[in-house]
Every structure is written in structure tokens, then in C-alpha cells.
Design a protein around this ligand. Structure first.
Ligand SMILES: Nc1ncnc2c1ncn2[C@@H]1O[C@H](COP(=O)(O)OP(=O)(O)O)[C@@H](O)[C@H]1O
Ligand SMILES: [Mg+2]
Length: 254
């Protein structure tokens, strides 16, 4: 059975940054192959990983729905759709990146969405590791048939508001009836010492702190220049802290 790690949080908190470094860590430690899913309509994980995104499930679906595809003789529409979905995978040596893209268009996609859901579920089952960079609403997670998540990482800023948002994510996961086996908080752009009022809010969420990450020039700069985050050298403090936290978790989880 695959191990699934989902990264959630409000927009701009650092989900994609954490996801990219998680993929990097799994790659470097031989926890491969990985299915990497960018489920945020505002997809940037490809950039962070240095993968040029050519196609998304959204654009493929648009094309399919627009009947711009011809179904070859002897092939069912469903089989063709699956083949096209497979073609949107960006295949790399240790991982395949699936970009969901824009989820809703003007038409009704019920039929396509059902097949899609089945496709992502069966696809994920083929990989020992699955990493999902989510959108704030965790739509994608709620739509899956398989709801097991081995680790839900909630990313939040070091503010009272941020900690409250993290708490709402935990509540949302509950409402969506996700089968979360473990969950923890990544406090991003945090000082060494957590402010007591922020800590109080964090405690209310029930989340333990998985990692505390400082604001980092190198990360901000790489992102501003559009350079892949995964090319940052491993002595970077964010990478070091995340690697250590991932290592500790894997030791427990395996
Ligand atoms: N610890 C950090 N230090 C500096 N910049 C950061 C840090 N974490 C994230 N960023 C920057 O903040 C922005 C938002 O981060 P991102 O990971 O894209 O958030 P999300 O995926 O949650 O929207 C990006 O420009 C990113 O480079
Ligand atoms: Mg993002």
C-alpha cells in the first residue's frame, strides 16, 4: 500500500515549498518512485521542482470535453480518456508529476470527474510514495475514493490568524471524513521562539509542531528568480530542518 503525505494550508503559507523539499528528501533517500500531485489550481510545484509543466488534467479535460479528440476505432471513450490522462504525467527518474490544473469549467464534468477520480486512485496505488500539494479547500482529497492519508502536514505562518487557519484545516479534514493517520504543523517563517499567544492557538488545534522554519533569503530569492527550489544546496536551514523532521517521521512510519 502506498504511503501518502498531503500538504495543506492557506494560500501563500509555504505548501509548495514544503512539498518540493519533501520530494527532494524522498528522492535523496531512495524512497521512490513517488507520485507527485499538484492539486492547487494555481500550480507552481513544477517550477519549484524544475519541471516544465506542459499539460494539466484541466487542459486535457477541456480538450476532451470540447470533443476535439477523435476516439480511435475499437477503443472506448473511457479508455481513451485514461490514456490521455496518463499522457499528462510528467515522468522523471524518481517521480512522476501529475498537475491537476483548473478543476471547474463551464460545462458539467460529472462523467469525466468520476473517471478521473478512479484514475488518480488507481494510479496512486502503483507508487509506494504519494505527495500531494493541496489547495486550501482540500477539494482534491475529498473527492478521492481512497481517503487514507498517512501524514497531513498543515503549513501556517507564525501568527494567531495563521494558527487559527491551521485549526480550521484540521476541522475541515474531519468534516471531509478524511482518514488521517497522523497530522502535524509546520510553522513557517517563524522566529526561534514562538510567541506565547501563537503557541496558545496552536495548542487549541491539537497539532504538534513537525518543524519550525525560519524566513530564508535563499528560498525567497530562488522563487523570485524562478529558479527551482530543489537546486538550493543542502546546508540551507529550511532544508536541514525539514530533512531532519522527515527522517524522524519516516523512522516511526516505516
Ligand atoms: N521560509 C520561507 N522563507 C522565505 N520565503 C518563503 C518561505 N516559505 C515560503 N516562502 C515564499 O513564499 C511564497 C509562498 O510560498 P509557497 O510555498 O508558494 O506557498 P503556497 O504553496 O502555500 O501558496 C513563495 O514565494 C515562497 O518562495
Ligand atoms: Mg502552492
Amino acid at each position: 500500500m502506498s504511503k501518502m503525505i498531503a500538504v495543506a494550508g492557506k494560500g501563500g503559507t509555504g505548501k509548495t515549498t514544503v512539498s518540493a523539499f519533501l520530494v527532494r528528501y524522498l528522492e535523496n533517500t531512495g524512497h521512490t518512485p513517488i507520485l507527485v500531485v499538484d492539486a492547487d489550481p494555481n500550480y507552481t510545484l513544477g517550477e519549484a521542482l524544475g519541471v516544465e509543466v506542459e499539460q494539466t488534467i484541466g487542459t486535457m479535460r477541456e480538450e476532451f470535453f470540447g470533443e476535439r479528440v477523435k476516439v480511435p476505432a475499437g477503443m472506448s471513450r473511457e479508455a481513451l480518456l485514461e490514456r490521455n490522462m496518463h499522457a499528462t504525467l510528467h515522468e522523471r527518474k524518481n517521480y512522476d508529476l501529475l498537475v491537476m490544473g483548473r478543476q471547474e469549467g463551464p460545462g458539467c464534468y460529472c462523467y469525466l470527474n468520476n473517471i478521473l477520480r478512479k484514475f488518480t486512485d488507481t494510479l496512486a496505488a502503483d507508487y509506494p510514495w504519494v505527495v500531494i500539494d493541496n489547495e486550501a479547500g482540500m477539494e482534491h482529497l475529498s473527492r478521492r475514493n481512497t481517503r487514507k492519508i498517512d501524514l497531513l502536514l498543515v503549513v501556517a505562518d507564525h501568527t494567531i490568524k495563521g494558527a487559527r487557519a491551521a485549526r480550521r484545516i484540521v476541522e475541515l479534514a474531519d468534516e471531509l471524513e478524511l482518514d488521517v493517520r497522523d497530522q502535524a504543523l509546520i510553522l513557517n517563517r517563524a522566529p526561534e521562539e514562538i510567541a506565547p499567544e501563537v503557541m496558545e492557538e496552536i495548542e487549541k488545534s491539537g497539532l504538534r509542531i513537525f518543524a519550525q522554519l525560519p524566513a530564508d533569503e535563499q528560498v525567497a530569492e530562488a522563487d523570485a528568480k524562478g529558479e527551482p527550489l530543489v537546486e538550493i544546496s543542502s546546508d540551507n536551514p529550511i532544508i536541514q530542518r525539514l530533512d531532519e523532521a522527515f527522517k524522524g517521521w519516516l523512522k516511526e512510519a516505516l
